[in-house]
Write a protein that binds this ligand. Structure first.
Ligand SMILES: [Zn+2]
Length: 436
């Protein structure tokens, strides 16, 4: 790839609070950040073939979506305002049973287009037919940590694990390193300890981490407590899950001991406030988790329970929700919210030495926000402006792994009209199959 120089109004490195380089520049060589500093500071031997000169834009790390089910964009708006179990049993699961591989591919592609537009450069995805997901992510040019969701309690537990192993062997560190993989036992209530132990053994053997839903609802905590006499987090500790790198989605209902375990074990937590709100699951104790030293990133969950994958919106919701819930305006301030969506998310995925900050040597996953817009004036505090006032439509240009995947709001890797038309076609055919 050509050497590239980005010049902009300010660079938010997200390396530490206040690390803002006014009139900054970022030199990109191949897929890496070669240099970051004030205007004119790039070493003279760097001769860029392209200069992106954007004096009214802010450069920051690409957003990291720590928990999603990308292909569920196909279910966007299909079933809303229902109780969780009714929503799953009557609407989502019957439709999911009818999905064909092409649906997963087109649904994921749609999600990738939406993510690029919203400045997301990395996603952690759990779903099925993961070959299709990986193909779509590769085509879109995004970075992803993928796992096949496994239900261990049912008849398909063994085959799901075998399929996962095959998927990992095929795709781990593929697409020039943009795609990595995990094992994805769905949740403690769908994967009994005996199954989880098999998963743990497989993960250790292959050297991959685990992505799981954990402590999402009151019902889950009650069911696990009734059955095992301990909380879901304590049960996971007992079965040995936390001996591995773990990405745990939700972590809404936690005891003080649970919080201690998650912090001590450095479990990556994906906080999904909009999904938790929409499914009336509860409010995760994010500020207490962060205070305990736990690793908290941000996710959107699937579009069916959100109903979009807009990380700027998610960040704002996270900050506002914690303030409301704790009746404390100082909780989850702007920098911390932005950190959760970038460097914190990278840390939760165990990728802090690759992404999440704009420092030399890390992957060039960079987004540019157009600050020259009425809703972003006047400018006092850049962090607050982005968290409380910016929108995904302000994302102007996106680089992933050194490659420009969107420039001036035009996606270069995908034909958006085709992607949208194909998604509509797949969704219509899917609903038609479910009615016949
Ligand atoms: Zn989920």
């Amino acid at each position: 790839m050509a050497d590239l120089l980005i010049k902009c109004m300010a660079v938010l490195t997200m390396d530490s609070e206040g690390d803002i380089i006014n009139h900054g520049e970022i030199a990109v060589r191949d897929n890496l950040i070669y240099h970051v500093g004030p205007s004119g500071s790039t070493p003279a031997d760097f001769k860029p073939e392209r200069v992106l000169d954007y004096p009214r834009m802010v450069a920051m790390p690409g957003l990291v979506n720590c928990h999603t089910h990308a292909a569920m964009t196909l279910f966007r708006g299909y079933a809303d305002d229902l109780p969780l179990m009714q929503w799953l049993n009557d609407k989502i699961w019957p439709l999911e049973a009818l999905l064909i591989p092409e649906d997963i591919f087109q649904g994921t592609l749609l999600c990738c287009a939406e993510m690029i537009r919203g400045g997301t450069t990395t996603l952690a995805d759990m779903y099925v037919e993961m070959d299709q997901v990986a193909r779509a992510v590769d085509e879109a040019g995004l970075r992803a940590v993928l796992c096949r969701g496994m239900i261990g309690a049912g008849p398909d537990g063994e085959s799901a694990l075998a399929e996962s192993v095959e998927f990992i062997q095929k795709w781990h560190c593929s697409a020039g390193g943009r795609i990595t993989t995990m094992l994805g036992p769905h949740a403690p209530y769908t994967c009994p300890p005996v199954y989880l132990k098999q998963v743990i053994a497989a993960a250790k053997e292959m050297g991959v981490g685990i992505h799981i839903h954990l402590a999402e609802t009151v019902d889950e905590v009650k069911e696990i407590s009734d059955q095992y006499g301990k909380t879901p987090v304590a049960l996971m500790e007992e079965v040995g899950l936390f001996e591995l790198p773990v990405l745990a989605a939700h972590c809404v209902h936690l005891s003080d001991t649970d919080i201690d375990i998650l912090a001590r074990r450095q479990v990556g937590i994906a906080h999904n406030p909009q999904s938790n709100m929409k499914l009336a699951s509860g409010v995760a104790p994010v500020s207490r988790l962060l205070h305990s030293g736990a690793l908290v990133g941000l996710g959107t969950d699937g579009a069916a329970s959100n109903n979009n994958v807009d990380m700027l919106e998610e960040m704002r919701t996270a900050a506002l929700l914690q303030k409301l819930h704790t009746c404390d305006t100082s909780v989850l301030p702007a920098y911390q919210a932005l950190h959760m969506a970038t460097a914190g998310g990278a840390r939760a995925l165990g990728m802090q030495e690759q992404i999440g900050r704009l420092v030399s040597g890390l992957k060039a996953d960079i987004i540019l926000l157009d600050m020259h817009q009425p809703h972003l004036y006047p400018l006092f505090d850049i962090y607050a402006q982005i968290v409380y006032a910016a929108a995904s439509s302000d994302v102007h240009t996106v680089l992933v792994d050194g490659r420009v995947v969107m420039e001036n709001r035009r996606i270069l890797t995908l034909d958006e009209d085709v992607v949208m038309a194909e998604a509509q076609r797949c969704a219509d055919a899917l609903v038609q199959r479910s009615n016949s």
